[in-house]
Design a protein around this ligand. Structure first.
Ligand code: ATP
Ligand code: MG
Length: 423
C-alpha cells in the first residue's frame, strides 16, 4: 500500500458533523448581515504581496513572519495567500469604483492563511467573516458594527464575550503619542525583547501589543494614549460610546489595545472570551480612514471588523448551544426493482412538496433499512414494497412517536408529514 497523504499541518478538514454546525452558523450570520443592510463581496484568495505589505504594514507579525508568499513561476511576480481580507476588499472596491455612487456596506467570508504555530484556536488556514463599511466617517457606523456583533452573540447564544474598546485617535494625536512612547521605551531599552527593540524605531505602538509576559509591567506603566487626544478624536470616541451606552452594550476601556495591523485610527476594539483559553479574541476591528488612499484610491473613511469562525464555533460548542443539525423528514425504504423505481420517483415527489428526504441506497433487507431510517433521525419512514406498487401507494410509518403505519398516495403522505411538522 502506498503511504497515506495527509493534510498540511494547521489546515483542517471540516468533517460533516462539524460542517453541519458551520452551515447553521453561516445561515444565522447571513440573516444577521441582511438585517443590517450589508451586501456580499467575494475576492480571490491570492493577491499581489505588495497589497498586504502596503496595507497591513511591513513591521507587523503578519507581514514579517506569517504570510504564505511565493514567486509565481510564470510571471515572476511575488504573490501571497491572503492573511486577512480587508486589504483585498478595499482593493476590489477601488478597482471597480464601488464607492463612486456612494458609501458601501459590505461583507465577505472565507479562508485566510497565516503561517503561525498551530494550536487550539490558531490555525494556518482559518476562516473569517469580515464586515467593511467604506465611505462612512461618523461614529454611528463604528457603533453600528459593535451593536451588530452584540446582537450576533445573542443570536448564537454565546454569552461570555466581552468588549474591549480604545481609540488610537487622529493622525496628529497618534504621532504625538508615538514621540512620548518612544522616549519612554528608549529609557527602558534594556528591558525590551528583540522584537520590541526592533519595533521601537519602526512601529513603537506595536510594542504595546506584545504577547511577551515579561514585558507586561513595562507596558502597563507606559504613557497613556488618552493624554494626547485632540478634540476631534475625543468627540468621535464619545460619539461611539454614547451610542453604545444607549444601546445597552457594555464595554471596558483598554488604553493598551492597539491591534496588530498598521492601518487603524480612531476606534479599535476586540471581543474577548474567557472560555477558550489563550486564544480568546473572537472578533476584532476598528476604523481605518487612511487605508483606501494608501492602496491608491481616492481618500475615503472606512471601518470594519473580522471574526474568527473556528473560535466562534468552538465557543458555541462550549456553551453547548450548538443545536443538532436538522434531521431529514423522511427516510425511504424499498424492496425489489420495480418498488425501487417507484420509491425513487416518490422521493422526488416528496421533495417537490418541500420535504427533506433520504433515499436508501444500501440494497439491504427491510429490517436493516429500517435500522438506518431510525439512525438517520428522520421523523418518518416511507416504505415501498410490491403491495404498495400494486396499489400505487406508499406506507408511512412514524419513527419518533407512537402511531399506526398507514398506506396512502404519495401526495397524501406528503400532506400528512407536513401537517405533523406544523404541530
Ligand atoms: P491574535 O492576536 O489572536 O493573533 P490577530 O490580531 O492576529 O489575533 P486579526 O488579524 O485581528 O487577529 O483577525 C481577526 C480574528 O480572526 C481574530 O480575532 C481571531 O478570532 C481570528 N484569527 C486570527 N488569526 C487566526 C488563526 N491563526 N487561527 C484562527 N483564528 C484566527
Ligand atoms: Mg495574529
Amino acid at each position: 500500500m502506498s503511504k497515506i497523504i495527509q493534510a498540511i499541518r494547521g489546515m483542517n478538514d471540516i468533517l460533516p458533523d462539524q460542517a453541519q454546525l458551520w452551515e447553521l452558523f453561516e445561515d444565522a450570520v447571513r440573516d444577521w448581515l441582511r438585517a443590517y443592510g450589508y451586501r456580499p463581496i467575494r475576492m480571490p484568495v491570492l493577491e499581489r504581496t505588495e497589497l498586504f505589505v502596503r496595507s497591513i504594514g511591513e513591521v507587523t507579525d503578519i507581514v514579517e513572519k506569517e504570510m504564505y508568499t511565493f514567486v509565481d513561476q510564470l510571471s515572476g511576480e511575488s504573490l501571497t495567500l491572503r492573511p486577512e481580507a480587508t486589504a483585498s476588499c478595499v482593493r476590489a472596491a477601488i478597482e471597480h469604483n464601488l464607492l463612486y455612487p456612494g458609501p458601501q456596506r459590505l461583507y465577505y467570508s472565507g479562508p485566510m492563511f497565516r503561517h503561525e504555530r498551530p494550536q487550539k484556536g490558531r490555525y494556518r488556514q482559518f476562516h473569517q467573516i469580515g464586515v467593511e463599511a467604506l465611505g462612512y466617517a461618523g461614529p454611528d457606523i463604528d457603533a453600528e458594527h459593535i451593536v451588530m456583533c452584540a446582537r450576533l452573540w445573542r443570536t448564537l447564544g454565546v454569552g461570555d464575550v466581552a468588549l474591549e474598546l480604545n481609540t488610537l485617535g487622529s493622525d496628529g494625536a497618534r504621532s504625538r503619542y508615538r514621540t512620548r512612547l518612544v522616549k519612554y521605551l528608549e529609557q527602558h531599552a534594556a528591558e525590551l525583547d528583540d522584537d520590541s527593540r526592533r519595533r521601537l524605531r519602526s512601529n513603537p505602538l506595536r510594542v504595546l501589543d506584545s504577547k511577551n509576559p515579561a514585558l507586561r509591567e513595562l507596558i502597563d506603566n507606559a504613557p497613556r494614549m488618552t493624554d494626547d487626544m485632540d478634540a476631534a478624536s475625543l468627540q468621535h470616541f464619545e460619539g461611539v460610546q454614547s451610542l453604545l451606552r444607549e444601546a445597552g452594550v457594555a464595554y471596558r476601556l483598554n488604553p493598551r489595545l492597539v491591534r496588530g495591523l498598521d492601518y487603524y485610527n480612531f476606534t479599535v476594539y476586540e471581543w474577548v472570551t474567557g472560555s477558550l483559553g489563550a486564544q480568546g479574541t473572537v472578533c476584532a476591528g476598528g476604523r481605518y480612514d487612511g487605508l483606501v488612499e494608501q492602496i491608491g484610491g481616492k481618500p475615503a473613511p472606512a471601518c470594519g471588523f473580522a471574526m474568527g469562525v473556528e473560535r466562534l464555533i468552538e465557543l458555541m460548542q462550549h456553551a453547548q448551544l450548538a443545536r443538532a443539525a436538522p434531521a431529514p423528514d423522511v427516510y425511504i425504504a424499498h424492496q425489489g426493482e420495480t418498488a425501487g423505481h417507484f420509491a425513487f420517483r416518490a422521493a422526488e415527489q416528496l421533495r417537490d412538496r418541500g420535504l427533506t428526504v433520504v433515499f436508501d441506497c444500501s440494497g439491504g433487507s427491510f429490517k436493516s433499512q429500517m435500522k438506518k431510517a431510525d439512525a438517520s433521525g428522520a421523523r418518518y419512514a416511507v416504505i415501498v414494497g410490491d403491495d404498495e406498487v400494486r396499489a400505487q401507494q406508499v406506507s408511512v410509518k412514524p419513527l419518533r412517536e407512537t402511531g399506526e403505519q398507514r398506506r396512502c398516495a404519495v401526495a397524501q403522505a406528503a400532506d400528512m408529514i407536513k401537517l405533523s411538522e406544523a404541530e
